[in-house]
Design a protein around this ligand. Structure first.
Ligand code: M6R
Length: 615
């Protein structure tokens, strides 16, 4: 994980790097650092803590002058989060500085070798080993910085996005990537380097995304030269025009990104529909599906691979695909799938779901599936991300940047894309009638308004949050399409409020979790009208008999659950198939308010990072 930012040009680098790091804190926020070259000396400041801590410290301990610099916000892998392990790291001579996102797996062997040659190390990081390896190669081979970086990278095993600066070559920064994202913003006689485009969006709309195994020398007054790390061949840079704008990556008056993103869902779902859901013509257009229709229709099964919230969206999709398109679906944790020698054939279609498009386990699962001949389809939010590029075809969710670590709009837009796909395939296979297809389309089109309505429960959810904020455990129950929503509700609560929560299929309660229920245990039960309602009501009765506190998520106008539950939160009525898009809203709000009331850092919960680019 980690976020990296660099600048070389005619402006002051410091504010660009600091502001850029703040935007990348979603990638890691346990320590931060910056190195600036002021024309004479290379100055460095780093600290445990957030970019705001770095800001305070750097002002006090270094000149913040200079138009070349690199900065880093860290999510620790090797070495605890402290001042010394924070990046950038100097080489032994003090001439080179490096920032790194990734892991050098064979760092230990290289470190021993360097120690034998007289090198000393301040930190416990793999990164400090890499910068000294580069320095050693410069010495041994008399190589220029770019060449030395290339030789070093051919010796290391692992993943990286790096930026290296040499104070003896102060008009260039050398960058490289393998497995961790890296973008270059191309301005007028200035360049920006970053893990994603958000740090430079107000300066330029032109970006080059480095591919895996590529490196570039970013030199003032010159074009960006990209080379393959392995064979040194030149690559033509492809300059993309960015669609993102500044407003999308700011809080726009909300207290937290998470709340903003919860409220963005009606708009985000509409954006997901755009150009795809044509209800008047009663058609769904999805180029990635149309172009590969045969693959989908002839598939023996669909295997969905994902992690975390995206995995929950995959579980919802399993219900939807099997129900509408009658295609068998298996949903796999990417992290398990990649290591368990799964049976995959050319007749399988694999759908990889990922908000960031950078999740290491999902990426590895895709590579494995491709190597076995399966067709792999990606459902990603981040345009141009590694997963979007690695898959054979795909569909973007178009949710816009999701910055809060807890996924909200990514989840609902993933379900939206997958619903559109399932409906399109169902129509092509003839597993639903044209009148049912039309009915589904009309209902789907109403979802953004209904999400808007579901959001109106916010104040009431806040009141409930205040009642239960001090509970130590929560149970979430749901059935059918809403079982994965129960899992997602529990994940949201635990990741941002650090309260233990478990999600279960409602009927599984009697096979164990029921033993946990007493008057201290809040149980959130999704009991919408069309989803095995009577059965779930029986479960609610079982909870009530054991004095559990019941928070029901019900369909508007429900009376039955109201009689039994301590609280009910209403959501508008819809097709059962699409109900997760509504029932998930109060659960997002519940976790948000509880976390805020407990004084937790909602957007940057402890130990987590937005994109998990390490195993
Ligand atoms: O970017 P991805 O969708 O691949 O990320 C997968 C998980 O890391 C992610 O969904 C995680 O579980 C969220 N923080 C949960 O809110």
């Amino acid at each position: 994980m980690c976020g990296i930012v660099g600048y070389i040009g005619h402006r002051q680098a410091y504010p660009i790097i600091i502001e850029g790091l703040k935007r990348l804190e979603y990638r890691g926020y346990d320590s931060a650092g910056i190195a600036l070259y002021d024309g004479n000396s290379l100055n460095l400041s780093k600290t445990k803590g957030k970019v705001s801590d770095l800001e305070a410290r750097s002002h006090a301990e270094m000149p913040i002058d200079g138009s070349i610099g690199i900065g880093h916000t860290r999510w620790a892998t090797h070495g605890v989060p402290n001042d010394v392990n924070a990046h950038p790291h100097y080489s032994n001579s003090g001439n080179l500085v490096i920032i790194h996102n990734g892991i050098i797996e064979n760092y230990d062997a290289i470190k021993k070798e360097l120690i034998n040659r007289g090198y000393t190390f301040q930190s416990d990081t793999d990164t400090e080993v890499l910068v000294n390896l580069i320095e050693e190669i410069q010495k041994q081979e008399g190589a220029k910085l770019g060449k030395a970086v290339q030789i070093a990278l051919n010796q290391v095993v692992g993943a990286y996005a790096i930026a290296v600066f040499d104070k003896n070559k102060p008009n260039e920064i050398v960058i490289a990537r393998l497995g961790s994202p890296l973008a270059v913003g191309v301005g007028e006689n200035e360049f920006f380097i970053a893990s994603d485009a958000s740090p430079f969006i107000e300066y330029t709309k032109n970006a080059i995304y480095l591919e895996d195994e590529e490196m570039a020398i970013i030199r003032l007054g010159k074009e960006v030269k990209i080379r393959k790390i392995k064979d040194d061949s030149l690559v033509d840079p492809y300059v993309q025009e960015l669609q993102m704008n500044l407003e999308q990556i700011e809080k726009s008056g909300y207290d937290h990104f998470m709340l903003k993103e919860i409220y963005e869902q009606p708009r985000a779902i509409l954006d997901t529909f755009r150009g795809r859901l044509l209800s008047k013509e009663a058609i769904i257009k999805m180029a990635g599906v149309e172009d590969n229709m045969k693959k989908f229709l002839n598939a023996d099964r669909i295997i969905i691979v994902a992690c975390g919230t995206s995995w929950h969206a995959g579980l919802v999709a399993e219900y939807i695909f099997e129900d509408l398109a009658r295609i068998p679906v298996e949903v796999e944790y990417a992290s398990e799938f990649r290591y368990r020698n799964p049976v995959i054939t050319e007749n399988d279609v694999v759908i990889a779901i990922s908000q960031s498009g950078e999740t290491a386990d999902t990426l590895a699962a895709i590579k494995l599936a491709k190597s076995k001949g399966a067709f792999v389809f990606g459902v990603c939010n981040v345009v141009g991300s590694s997963i979007a590029r690695e898959t054979d075809a795909g569909a973007y969710t178009h949710a816009g940047p999701e910055i809060g670590v807890a996924s909200t709009k990514a989840f609902t837009t993933q379900i939206t894309v997958l619903s559109l796909m399932a409906l399109r395939l169902a129509r092509a296979k003839g597993t639903i009638s044209s009148s049912d297809f039309r009915r589904y389309l009309i209902e789907l089109e109403l979802i953004p308004n209904k999400v808007e309505k579901a959001l109106q429960s916010d104040n009431y959810v806040k009141e409930i949050s205040n009642i239960y904020k001090d509970s130590r455990n929560f149970l979430y129950l749901g059935r059918g399409f809403n079982f994965p929503v129960a899992l997602e509700g529990a994940l949201k609560l635990k990741e941002i409020s650090y309260i233990h929560a478990e999600g279960y299929p409602a009927a599984e309660m009697k096979h164990g979790p029921i033993a946990l229920i007493d008057e201290q245990m809040p149980v959130v039960v999704i009991a919408t009208k069309k989803g095995h309602y009577e059965k779930v009501v029986s479960n609610i009765q079982e909870i009530k008999s054991r004095k559990g506190k019941i928070i029901g998520i019900v369909t508007e106008g429900d009376v039955h659950v109201k009689e039994l539950a301590d609280h009910v939160i209403e959501v508008p009525e819809t097709e059962e198939t699409f109900s997760p898009l509504l029932t998930t809203i109060p659960l997002q709000l519940l976790s948000y308010h509880i976390a805020v009331m407990l004084g937790k850092n909602v957007d940057q919960p402890r130990n987590l990072a937005k994109s998990v680019t390490v195993e």
